[in-house]
Design a protein around this ligand. Structure first.
Ligand code: NAD
Length: 288
């Protein structure tokens, strides 16, 4: 019997975008300009192109001006660094991000270090990650911040709960674990070297999966009544050659065990974009 309720990221992202649009509308006269976000893309990775398009569409919807640039794949490190420097100095730009992955000859970390920390819309600059570790206010990484906002919206209790995060990337797993810790959950991080994953996940009240392997988490691995957040995005192709997006969990089976579950698509993905817009607007509102 299907018992799990959906954590509807798509609906919440729409609500957040409406709130941001209202905030922008009321602040614009005082600040004298709309907020600005620059998404920098290098090369022709098709998945990246879709993500960038979605981000720019969302910007237009809420009233954020786009200052993005699309560079050819052979662009040099120096050229992109010079562009970041210009955007750092540009008073109309509140947020800057470099869409990953980059072509092999480019050093993504060095580019990230170039972004002014107060314009770091992705919340991945070491200064902002350091603020997260210290539990100081700062720009937070979008995907884990989106997960936290989703859990808050559905009033999921976190204090003293067992939270298990699978994945330890700097983009998702690590900041996710820190945010759950900040919310006073008891946090375990599992990863590629973890042994007996099932024993660990079976104790999770909150299970966040951010790996990139379809069906990694089966129903037997989930505690009855758990909250399961599926961050994974994987494109799979069926026998007739049709492709679709799935997450990291056996969604159909887990809906019979969990109390709450996020769908893919429509769960964490839209929340990531909403948090990117929110970070940009919060940098913008510092001008008031
Ligand atoms: P990553 O490849 O950097 O990290 C994957 C992590 O999974 C690693 O820390 C690794 O230790 C762990 N791992 C690998 N195999 C494992 C296993 N068998 N058991 C347990 N842990 C294992 O990936 P990432 O950037 O953190 O992204 C993870 C997934 O989330 C991907 O599918 C990505 O597409 C997706 N993602 C989604 C969003 C979103 O907005 N929904 C945003 C970012 C990433």
């Amino acid at each position: 019997m299907e018992i799990a309720k959906r954590l509807d990221g798509k609906a919440l992202a729409t609500k957040i975008q409406q709130e941001l649009a209202e905030k922008i509308a009321t602040s614009q006269a005082k600040i004298g300009r709309p907020p600005g976000l620059a998404v920098l893309m290098v090369g022709d990775n098709p998945a990246s192109a879709t993500y960038v398009r979605n981000k720019e569409k969302a910007c237009t919807k809420v009233g954020i001006a786009s200052y993005g640039r699309h560079f050819p794949s052979q662009t040099s490190q120096a050229e992109i660094e010079a562009e970041i420097e210009k955007l750092n100095q540009n008073d109309r730009v509140d947020g800057i991000l470099v869409q990953l992955p980059l072509p092999e000859h480019l050093d993504a970390i060095a580019l990230l270090h170039k972004i002014a920390p107060d314009k770091d819309a992705d919340g991945l600059h070491p200064v902002n990650l350091g603020k997260l570790v210290r539990e100081e206010p700062g720009l937070r990484s979008c995907t884990p911040a989106g997960v936290m906002r989703l859990l808050e919206e559905y009033k999921i209790p976190l204090i003293g709960k067992q939270a298990v995060v699978i994945g330890r990337s700097i983009l998702v797993g690590k900041p996710m674990a820190l945010m759950l810790l900040e919310a006073n959950a008891t946090v375990i991080i599992a990863h590629s070297s973890t042994q007996d994953l099932k024993t660990i996940t079976q104790n999770a009240d909150i299970l966040v999966v951010a790996v990139g392997i379809p069906n990694l988490i089966t129903a037997e691995m989930v505690k009855p009544g758990a909250v399961v957040v599926d961050v994974g995005i994987n494109r799979v192709t069926n026998n007739s050659g049709k492709s679709r997006l799935v997450g990291d969990i056996d969604f159909a089976a887990i809906t019979n065990v969990a109390e709450y579950v996020t769908p893919v698509p429509g769960g964490v993905g839209p929340m990531t974009v909403a948090m990117l817009l929110q970070n940009t607007v919060s940098s913008y509102l510092r001008n008031l």
